[in-house]
Write a protein that binds this ligand. Structure first.
Ligand code: TRP
Length: 451
């Protein structure tokens, strides 16, 4: 374990640390995935389950990742290895996490590429005036052609540019700049939404839960979404916490992150659903909601292309602060364990990301015949990472921090060596030891049909 005087980079300010952490959490998960999952799973009931999972599992797991990260000030392998005497036996989990983070980046950057394309098309006005079937054709054309590949690569190059700057000059600076921009864009779009005729219907859909709709698929969906949206179970938050300075209070940062992340997701719902209802579209469109329904919705609005451009810019901003955090998992590993320079580590990580992302991008067109279990490469990666890798890694982290890491270590991190109290310590430990593992296991077994 090293201390604050080591040469390792740390975020320069407390606010920068929070901006980066919230930046990692807030992403396509909030603005693309949350609304469509809510739409597919019937609205308010899904949101109610989601909020319960965020508080019950999300905040404790965030704390667990923060403890591992700041306690060891190390990449994800070191975080397991150095946090307990038996930690060496757990480093296998670290490798799994690194691999899954790269796999998430593969499909995530393809979607981020689409947002780039749509922002461009809104600014040039090329999607203006299209009706919904024309928009669907446009989306189809974009995802099946080579443009998909170009957009993905452009996005990953921008991602690499931020990462090359390093922890403070790259990640922290970009987060400090982009997160306020993200909140301004969100507010502008929300205000627009308040003036729409479908406001009441949209709000009822979002905030009037019909609890009879809750079933296993709603629960699994809500849990997967909570993990994905909070960036947990992937070591992302562990790596970021390894750059926290001594002043960052872990419990508070976890709560702030969870609250802001949930707020953004709900605001995204407030932006999207009133608009969808105003122009008579269905909310149950699934992943295409943001790319096929929304542009058509914007097309019906006065000044629609401006709103559309703002919306897709919002998505780009949100995505890049998230992909940066995913890439940092492998970069910190290459730097610290394989002793590479920051530059080479960033290049290697970006090349790996591009190689897989291009295959993923092509899985809609030229490679669409290549399927595993009936799923294209893209669907497979989304399914395997969100429904298997994240819960399994979440399970490992909760068991590891709950049962294996010494109490002295966890307490030291949560209270900064006793300088302030952490009254919920007992509750946190109980949740990590029992509630998280049991909840994750039950929902997981049910999802793969074993229960
Ligand atoms: N949380 C991000 C989002 O909502 C995505 C993300 C970033 C992520 N890092 C992660 C998801 C690590 C899982 C694991 O878009």
């Amino acid at each position: 374990m090293s201390d604050d005087t080591s040469q390792r980079a740390i975020f320069a300010t407390k606010i920068g640390a929070v901006a980066a952490t919230v930046g990692s959490a807030v992403g396509l998960g909030n603005i693309w995935r949350f609304p469509y999952e809510t739409g597919v799973h019937g609205g308010g009931a899904f949101i109610a389950c989601y909020i319960v999972f965020v508080l019950l599992l999300g905040v404790p797991l965030l704390c667990a990742e923060f403890i591992l990260g700041r306690g060891t000030r190390s990449n994800i392998l070191g975080a397991f290895r150095d946090s307990s005497s038996g930690g060496r036996r757990w480093v296998g989990a670290g490798y799994m996490v690194i691999l899954s983070s790269i796999m998430i980046l593969w499909f995530y950057s393809v979607v981020a590429g689409w947002t780039l394309g749509y922002c461009y098309d809104s600014v040039t006005g090329s999607i203006a005036g299209m009706d919904s079937s024309e928009i669907s054709d446009h989306f189809m054309e974009m995802t099946t052609g080579w443009r998909n590949v170009v957009l993905t690569v452009v996005f990953l190059l921008a991602n690499a540019a931020v990462l090359l700057g390093g922890v403070t000059k790259g990640i922290e600076r970009a987060s400090n700049l982009l997160m306020p921009l993200l909140f301004v864009l969100l507010m502008v779009l929300c205000i627009n939404s308040l003036s729409l005729d479908g406001l009441k219907e949209g709000m009822t859909f979002l905030f009037h839960p019909d609890f009879s709709k809750i079933d296993a698929s709603v629960l699994l969906g809500a849990m997967g979404q909570a993990f994905f949206s909070l960036s947990i179970g992937m070591g992302c938050m562990t790596v970021y916490a390894s750059y926290f300075n001594k002043e960052s209070r872990l419990g508070r940062t976890a709560l702030t992150t969870a609250v802001l992340d949930t707020l953004v997701a709900i605001l995204a719902g407030v932006i999207i659903f009133p608009a969808v209802f105003t122009y008579g579209f269905s909310p149950e469109k699934g992943p295409a909601l943001v790319f096929e329904v929304l542009p058509a919705v914007f097309g019906c609005m006065p000044g629609g292309m401006i709103w559309s451009a703002i919306f897709f810019l919002l998505l780009i901003v949100a995505s890049i602060t998230s992909t940066v955090s995913m890439s940092e998992i492998s970069i910190s590993y290459f730097e610290e364990e394989l002793k590479m320079s920051r530059r080479n580590a960033t290049i290697l990580s970006s090349v790996l990301a591009m190689a897989g992302a291009v295959v993923c991008a092509l899985s809609f067109g030229p490679l669409s015949d290549f399927t595993v279990c009936g799923m294209s490469m893209f669907d497979l990666l989304d399914y395997v990472t969100s429904n298997i890798c994240l819960p399994v890694a979440g399970l490992i982290i909760s068991v590891y921090v709950g049962w294996v890491v010494p109490a002295r270590f966890t307490r030291e991190q949560l209270t900064d060596g006793g300088s302030y109290p952490f009254p919920l310590y007992g509750v946190l430990m109980f949740v990590l030891r029992w509630v998280c593992p049991v909840a994750i296991m039950l929902i997981f077994l049910n999802s793969i049909g074993l229960l």
